[in-house]
Design a protein around this ligand. Structure first.
Ligand SMILES: Nc1ncnc2c1ncn2[C@@H]1O[C@H](COP(=O)(O)OP(=O)(O)O)[C@@H](O)[C@H]1O
Ligand SMILES: Nc1ccn([C@H]2C[C@H](O)[C@@H](COP(=O)(O)OP(=O)(O)O)O2)c(=O)n1
Length: 227
């Protein structure tokens, strides 16, 4: 049925460097779906905290300030955007400082409650369907998603991919930072990074990005035919 086909909701979760963003954007673009990078939202709130003098080592201070920034995500996979209080945040949210603090900020329950509500409202507004990527989309944000994918890859492959993005970066340091962030994201109390029971796990270690995209497109098409 055309209506069920076009409103497909896809949840893509997994640790850092497994290919969530690249895969989700490409799949959404190929299938005419919207796209939401939930990591960018956690990065955006972290950036706001850092630039507004909030002590990110203090969960109570974070919780009290959590509702202040207005975060807006643009969901076109060809040109995803993110603003905080009307200001383009797409550059500043990718700094090393934000990357090293985002796990602490995103572990605060008040932050998760607010950002989860925002994510659900964006998904509900995407009447043509959406690919949402993050850490807890299949388990917590959209447990009724039509398709759940959990991407994995070896720490070595993930570190090599991440290092490849930053000129002159140290592979060992990148690997250690990545493992530390995964441990924090998986170990937090409120909706940790986890594979949903009904998620399809795809190990991308030995796959090219194109192969991963094709695999996920095939899985989405399978759901659409079944609907
Ligand atoms: N299967 C793959 N093989 C090689 N490189 C990949 C693969 N998937 C993604 N990449 C590259 O790895 C880096 C991290 O990918 P990204 O999609 O940002 O991962 P994530 O969103 O899971 O952190 C990017 O530079 C991307 O082009
Ligand atoms: N649904 C999500 C998405 C991201 N987060 C947190 C945990 C992650 O370490 C940070 C940053 O996520 P992001 O997807 O941008 O990270 P990488 O692209 O893998 O470096 O946000 C989360 O807690 N829940």
């Amino acid at each position: 049925m055309e209506t069920a086909r076009s409103s497909v909701i896809v949840a893509i979760d997994g640790p850092s460097g497994t290919g969530k963003s690249s895969t989700s954007k490409a799949v959404a673009a190929a299938l005419g779906l919207s796209y939401l990078d939930t990591g960018a939202q956690y990065r955006a709130i972290t950036w706001w905290m850092l630039t507004n003098g909030i002590d990110v080592g203090n969960p109570e201070e974070i919780a009290t300030a959590a509702a202040k920034p207005v975060i807006v995500s643009g969901t076109d996979p060809a040109a995803p955007t993110i603003t905080v209080d009307g200001e383009d945040a797409s550059g500043p949210i990718r700094t090393q400082e934000v990357t090293s603090k985002v796990s602490a900020v995103s572990a605060v329950p008040e932050v998760r409650t607010l950002i989860t509500a925002l994510q659900r409202s964006i998904a509900a507004a995407a009447t043509g369907g959406i690919v949402v990527e993050g850490r807890d989309i299949g388990t917590t944000v959209l447990p009724d998603a039509d398709l759940k994918i959990f991407l994995t890859a070896s720490p070595e492959a993930r570190a090599a991919r991440r290092s490849g993005e930053v000129k002159g970066s140290d592979l060992t340091a990148t690997r250690e930072a990545l493992i530390k962030r995964d441990a924090a994201d998986s170990g937090r109390k409120t909706s940790p990074l986890a594979k949903a029971d009904d998620a399809v796990e795809v190990d991308t270690t030995e796959l090219t990005l194109q192969q991963v995209i094709e695999c996920v497109v095939t899985l989405v098409e399978g759901k659409r035919v079944a609907a």
